[in-house]
Design a protein around this ligand. Structure first.
Ligand code: FAD
Length: 228
């Protein structure tokens, strides 16, 4: 079971973003601006920043997540987002003999493959353990492990990159496991920054159309929208 826990974040993230934004156009001291901003003004400022694409103030709020139980398939996709910091459990120092693995629903719903899938993974794990028992180091034995194996990591991402990553990874054309992961990330952010959390959306919501080859149905593709 994947688990996402927000373990740290910039205090008052939305106020911090709004203060930074307001400080660029005001002669007042930043601390005075911060103390005077009302929740409504904060929300309006964030709205305007998003509408105008003036996104750099969003970089002042960061969120640190503990992400546990995702597959290596998904952690590999996640770390492609370069504007974030990651610390992932090492397969050189942590033996994975007891580790779980992820089974995609398309496989778990097919009884003719579930047992074979499980056997293949267990066979890989057995070889991993047998090789280690003969002195082959963990860092080399791990080459036999499947991509399905579970991993855990700590990720720190600022709000600007969260907006960007969510625009790509909440898209239903992305793979199911990373979509689920970003849905959990979004719900953790919503607990401490409700306005920002609600703005973590697939890209089509901002574009007003789907820019993928095929639409999931929420918005028509650009071509289909034009012909309407
Ligand atoms: C549905 C889907 C399918 C994918 N399929 C594949 C695939 O088949 N093969 C594959 O290799 N990848 C694939 N990817 C990964 C994708 O190509 C990106 O690597 C990943 O989504 C990270 O996003 P990003 O590059 O926009 O930005 P991030 O790394 O999240 O960076 C954010 C933004 O910062 C800017 N930026 C960051 N680094 C640089 C830089 N060095 N130079 C200039 N600007 C920079 C860019 O504007 C970028 O959009 C897929 C992603 C998705 C969502």
């Amino acid at each position: 079971m994947v688990q996402v826990t927000l373990i740290n974040y910039t205090p008052n993230p939305e106020l911090t973003i709004a203060t930074a934004a307001r400080s660029s156009t005001s002669p007042s001291r930043v601390t005075k601006l911060r103390n005077e901003l009302t929740p409504k003004q904060v929300e309006n400022l964030l709205k305007r920043l998003l509408e105008s694409g003036h996104l750099s103030p969003f970089e002042h709020a960061s969120f640190t997540f503990a992400i546990e139980g995702i597959s290596r398939v998904t952690s590999h996709q996640l770390v492609r987002h370069r504007l974030a910091s990651y610390t992932q459990q090492s397969q050189r120092y942590v033996s994975l003999k007891e580790h779980g693995y992820v089974t995609p629903p398309t496989i778990s719903s097919r009884p003719e493959f579930t047992a074979k899938y499980q056997q293949a993974i267990e066979a890989a794990h057995k070889l991993y353990s047998d090789m280690q028992a003969t002195g082959i180091p963990m860092e080399d034995a791990r080459y036999v492990l499947p991509q399905a194996i579970k991993t855990q990591l700590v990720m720190t991402m600022n709000a600007r990159e969260l907006l960007h990553a969510c625009s790509l990874r909440l898209c239903l054309r992305a793979q199911w496991e990373i979509v689920e992961l970003f849905e959990m990330i979004k719900s953790e952010v919503e607990k401490v920054a409700p306005y920002l959390g609600a703005e973590l959306k697939p890209k089509c919501y901002r574009l007003g159309y789907c820019d993928e080859k095929e639409s999931c149905g929420i918005f028509p593709t650009k071509a289909a929208a034009k012909t309407k």
